[in-house]
Design a protein around this ligand. Structure first.
Ligand code: HEM
Length: 394
């Protein structure tokens, strides 16, 4: 592939430990280099600016998901038939079933219970004064909510946590994190198939609803386990990582916590700002279907592009003071949930969980103090593995 030096970067390794730990200086270099930058190491183009990512997300015919959204052929092959890895019209059918199951009126049935779970969990942690905000809050809460919602039995709890890291590492290039993730993917599909075969999805749950849609002929039965896996994959590690940064951000910016406690109507805006600043999904890929000129840079048909949500959301061309956490800004146009036909199908659940958790914390916690955070290194998602946290009760 011949690419002008101006828009090519030979040395950048987006997936080195150093960059995964702190990708933001590298993202800035990419944004400053151009609207699309060729990364020689992985033979793919990085779209790092807000305008570039937005343009690709809203043009599925040129930036297709049908050949997968990962970086290796093997994983893209394995994703075939999954909702994330399809284009319309196949995507429309899968998406309709997902939308029906995740509609706001469906979530209303879960709302009171999610709020109660958040309140109970936060009260118990506040009683102890100090805890690990990743293990005991950011992981524990979404797992409890999601298992209920999908209708998976409680014995799956430890399993889903073990898979969570794996899926998103598998989207990356063939590095150590990628290779370590492959076994857990096999285990996941086997477990989900065994739950279905033994008829253990809870009646009334979203998971069972997917199988009922197949019984009515809306989708193939073969697609069901993939939709179930999509919910587990997309619904867990994303929210866990979003929630792992809550205590860190509000201990770093105590004035913002006071602001939120004084005006709880800022909770939805605060969650948008958390997602903008520390986007849990840092990127997904697309395949370019036809030669395309992006703001003067030529992308050839057949190229793979990385849509760097985590960079677009800190683009100084789109946001003022982008590295600052400010719950008073309107961050609702962030790209952390994507855009276009694949825009996050579960954002209603994510918001339900996060708003309930922030409300419970605002009620019971006057101040956070956090120790040294342990950064989690993952090929696709950004979050923490440990965050020693002490709180002052309200
Ligand atoms: C803060 C939490 C979350 C973030 C940051 C997030 C992020 C995203 C992003 C960026 C996409 C777009 C993929 C693309 O364009 O290729 C997506 C799609 C999706 N998300 Fe989420 N997500 C979150 C929570 C959830 C939850 C809780 C669920 C379900 C329980 C969920 C289910 C899905 C599904 C099924 C898709 C595929 C939609 C499609 O391909 O049409 N997500 N998510």
């Amino acid at each position: 592939m011949s690419v002008s030096d101006k828009n090519s970067m030979k040395s950048i390794d987006l997936f080195s430990e150093e960059v995964l730990a702190d990708p933001y200086p590298t993202y800035r270099r990419l944004r400053d280099t151009g609207p699309a930058v060729y990364l020689e190491r992985i033979d793919a183009w990085a779209l790092a600016r807000d305008a570039s990512v937005r343009a690709a997300l809203t043009d599925w015919e040129t930036f297709s998901s049908a050949d997968g959204i990962a970086l290796t052929d093997g994983v893209n092959q394995a994703l075939k038939g999954m909702i994330l890895a399809s284009d319309p019209p196949e995507h429309d059918r899968l998406r309709a079933v997902m939308n029906e199951r995740l509609a706001p009126r469906v979530l209303d049935d879960f709302r009171a219970n999610v709020r109660r779970q958040a309140d109970t969990m936060v009260r118990a942690l506040v009683g102890r004064r100090s805890f690990d905000a990743v293990e005991e809050l950011a992981k524990a809460f979404p797992v409890a909510v999601l298992l209920d919602l999908i209708g998976l039995p409680d014995d799956g709890r430890d399993k889903v946590l073990a898979w969570a890291d794996g899926t998103f590492n598998a989207f990356g290039p063939d590095n150590e994190l990628f290779r370590a993730s492959l076994a857990s993917q096999q285990d996941k599909m086997e477990y989900l198939e065994s739950v279905v075969a033994s008829d253990r999805l809870t009646p009334g749950s979203i998971g069972r609803g997917i199988y009922e849609a197949a019984d009515r002929g809306e989708i193939d039965r073969a697609s069901c386990v993939n939709l179930l896996a999509a919910l587990v994959d997309a619904g867990l590690d994303t929210t866990i990582n979003a929630m792992s940064t809550i205590a860190l951000l509000f201990s770093t910016y105590p004035d913002q916590w006071q602001r939120l406690r004084a005006d709880r109507s800022r909770i939805p805006a605060a969650f948008n700002e958390i997602l903008r600043l520390e986007s849990p999904v840092q990127w997904f890929a697309r395949g370019v279907t036809t030669d395309y000129e992006m703001d003067g840079v030529k992308l050839p048909a057949g190229a793979r592009v990385l849509l760097l949500f985590g960079s677009a959301n800190r683009d100084e061309r789109a946001w003022s003071d982008p590295d600052t956490f400010d719950i008073d800004r309107d961050a609702s146009r962030h790209l952390a949930f994507g855009r276009g036909v694949h825009v996050c199908a579960g954002q209603g659940i994510a918001r339900l969980e996060a708003h309930a958790l922030l409300a419970a914390l605002a009620e019971h916690v006057a101040r956070f103090e956090t120790g040294e955070p342990q950064r989690r290194l993952n090929n696709t998602v950004r979050g923490l593995t440990r965050l020693p946290t002490s709180i002052e009760p309200a």
